[in-house]
Design a protein around this ligand. Structure first.
Ligand SMILES: Cc1cc2nc3c(=O)[nH]c(=O)nc-3n(C[C@H](O)[C@H](O)[C@H](O)COP(=O)(O)OP(=O)(O)OC[C@H]3O[C@@H](n4cnc5c(N)ncnc54)[C@H](O)[C@@H]3O)c2cc1C
Length: 290
């Protein structure tokens, strides 16, 4: 199928894009890499009157270290993040996970902003950004606001962005020393959306106990943070038994969906297995970092 008719707007500056969004609001869609939006247009799942193509807004394509944050412009291509030494040094969980998004050809076009706003329940960007405590900056003609990713993503491909807002930047806290990372997912074929995934960071004290742990999983209608599993780790030496208890807690608190790809019990089981693997990697990695 082909898209329903629309007017194509090609702003050349952020203020121009914001004016267009203010004018057309709910009748407009932003086009970034097009890797999710174009299929939805072709299937006529969305029928915007205006398509606002932001690909000329090259000022939104950057990777910068700003104090204790890594700033990713919304239009930064996933492949550029994958290749970035700055990202690998300061937010290695992102480097590790982003390779699992589809295939390189798709990552050459797909943007970090588009991935987060599209917010597929299985997507790697919302999951890892949630795990890392990242924030987003949203701009409109009304001003700019900063929102934690935990308050930005909503179930079933929704976010708290208003219709006139443009995601301009993702801000990720720089990884602290002594922190280890782990990421595991299961997809039926390489490049497919995952059936489930787990992401974690673990920071160890000099005596080997866990000072800080962050855990998140994909299996539900939206990526979920797992506070009970985190609490099972903090203050403990991360032995196999402690990791098993945390993974069991993760499986207990996740709220898995059932669909044609997998039932809820299988996804819950996967969360336990993938969390165990991710935690083992993170603990080994944290020991290497010390
Ligand atoms: C075959 C295939 C396999 C895939 N596999 C995976 C996978 O395994 N994991 C995964 O995470 N993704 C996967 N994807 C999706 C891919 O990562 C997309 O690139 C991503 O979901 C959307 O990014 P985009 O830049 O292409 O956004 P677009 O498709 O252009 O836009 C997506 C949505 O975000 C909105 N949007 C985009 N940018 C902004 C902005 N700056 N501010 C506000 N709204 C904005 C658009 O209006 C639209 O609603 C796959 C895609 C394909 C085609």
């Amino acid at each position: 199928m082909k898209p329903a008719p629309f007017v194509l707007d090609t702003p050349t500056s952020v203020p121009e894009a914001l004016d267009l969004l203010a004018e057309h609001g709910y009748d407009a869609k932003i086009l970034a890499g097009g890797q999710s939006l174009v299929p939805m247009l072709n299937f006529r799942l969305v029928r915007p009157d205006h398509l606002i193509d932001i690909n000329k807004l090259t000022e939104l394509a950057y990777i910068r270290l700003e104090g204790d944050h890594l700033a990713l412009g919304a239009l930064t291509r996933q492949a550029d993040v994958e290749d970035s030494a700055l990202v690998d040094e300061n937010a290695p969980l992102i480097s590790m996970a982003i390779k699992n998004i589809a295939h390189r050809q798709i990552r050459n076009r797909g943007t970090v902003g588009g991935s987060l706003v599209h917010n597929d329940p299985s997507a790697e960007m919302p999951l890892t950004l949630l795990c890392l405590g990242a924030e987003v900056r949203l701009a409109s003609v009304r001003g700019t606001r900063t929102v934690p990713v935990s308050e930005f993503i909503l179930p079933w491909l929704a976010t708290t962005a208003e219709a006139d807002e443009l995601l301009v930047e993702i801000r990720i806290p720089v990884q602290q020393s002594g922190t280890g990372i782990g990421f595991h997912e299961l997809a039926r074929r390489a490049g497919d959306f995952a059936l489930a995934a787990a992401a974690t960071t673990v920071r160890l004290a000099a005596d080997g106990t866990v000072v800080e742990a962050s855990l998140a999983a994909c299996a539900a209608r939206v990526a979920q943070k797992l506070p009970t599993a985190e609490a099972a780790l903090v203050g403990q030496v991360p032995s196999d038994e402690v990791i098993a208890a945390a993974a069991a807690a993760a499986a207990g608190e996740v709220d898995p969906v059932a669909d044609i790809h997998a039932d809820a019990d299988y996804r819950r089981h996967l969360v336990k297995v993938l969390t165990t693997r991710a935690l083992r990697d993170a603990v080994d990695n944290a020991k290497e970092m010390k």
